[in-house]
Design a protein around this ligand. Sequence first.
Ligand SMILES: [Zn+2]
Length: 110
Amino acid sequence: MSQCVAVELKRRDYVYVMAPADYEMSGCPHCGCNECQWSEFVHRCWCPKCKVDFEPECAGVFDGPIMVELCGMLGIVFDSFDLTTQQMVPFEAPTWPLSPENPNAKVREE
Ligand SMILES: [Zn+2]
């Protein structure tokens, strides 16, 4: 008996306010486009030219421990946009998706 396992991609419920390239994530592996957007799926980006979702080869600043203050000096912010409530959530807010103060805190999903 063969078994078919459907792989279901997890949908994002928030995105960061800046584009993936601003966090030094690599662009589209197909066309090299560096103006990709967040995909609706976790761990993926969207290429507006190829119109495909892809997994970036390099996750930029998300690859290591994030030095938020250093990033701040470089103009990189981690404010997020909640796709459920359609509201901006500042990084400092207790409701920020990964905040230790957030009772509903999520695992890192970038
Ligand atoms: Zn592309």
